[in-house]
Design a protein around this ligand. Structure first.
Ligand code: CA
Length: 220
């Protein structure tokens, strides 16, 4: 799960980044609206956490720009309690939800999961696919009912693939899910994690599409 955090307050930004990393998410942090827009134009994210009062471009401008590009990426606004007007404008401009500052990190993570779940068209949190279940909240994974232990990065890879069964993700797209800005990418990391996932889940679960990338079989 790769998140773009847009926040100019150092304390809040650092706390959110650390908290979400502990949950196994990859977090990139933009400190102003122009940096956010540049990041959105260059890379893909699963969700954006967006402060409204920002230097250079404010959050609403970033959001309107994003929606004008046709992006349906989930956006959750981080906002102060007294700014009802701004929250309404944010929702009208295409935000999916908001959370009031100061917020609890566990609640933030739960709201993020809810928004992502709606985006994926699921009423349930649990992702199920051909005998495998993955719970984004508890990070529990089972195969035919038996618990499977995965590392953070193995979990992140499997999560990315299970979100869109049948859809091929390239090695570069999978690396984006695993590594944030400035993190050194270990060579062959994706191959190593895929290899370990196959050992744990069975060889047939993740398919290699030669020269393109990886996917889990579609049930269709
Ligand atoms: Ca701010």
């Amino acid at each position: 799960m790769r998140i773009l955090l847009v926040e100019d307050d150092d304390m809040i930004g650092e706390a959110v980044r650390l908290g979400l990393r502990k949950q196994g998410m990859t977090v990139d942090w933009a400190r102003d609206g122009a940096a956010a827009r540049a990041a959105l134009g260059a890379e893909s994210f699963d969700l954006m956490l967006l402060d409204l009062g920002l230097p250079k471009l404010d959050g609403l401008q970033v959001l309107r720009w994003l929606r004008n590009t046709g992006s349906t990426m989930p956006v959750l606004i981080l906002t102060a309690r007294d700014s009802v007007e701004a929250r309404i404008q944010g929702l009208d401009a295409g935000a999916d939800d908001y959370i009031l500052k100061p917020f609890d990190l566990d609640e933030l993570a739960a709201r993020m999961r809810a928004v992502l779940r709606r985006q994926a068209g699921r009423a349930e949190n649990l992702i199920e696919h051909e005998g495998i279940t993955l719970d984004p909240a508890s990070h529990a994974v089972t195969r035919d009912g038996a618990p499977i232990r995965l590392s953070h990065r193995e979990f992140a890879l499997l999560h990315a693939l299970l979100e869109h069964p049948g859809h091929v993700l390239s090695r570069a797209q999978l690396e984006e899910r695993l590594y944030g800005w400035g993190e050194e990418i270990e060579s062959n990391a994706v191959e190593v994690h895929i290899h370990n996932l196959r050992k744990k889940l069975g060889n047939e679960v993740i398919q290699n599409v030669r020269g393109v990338g990886y996917r889990v079989r579609s049930m269709a």
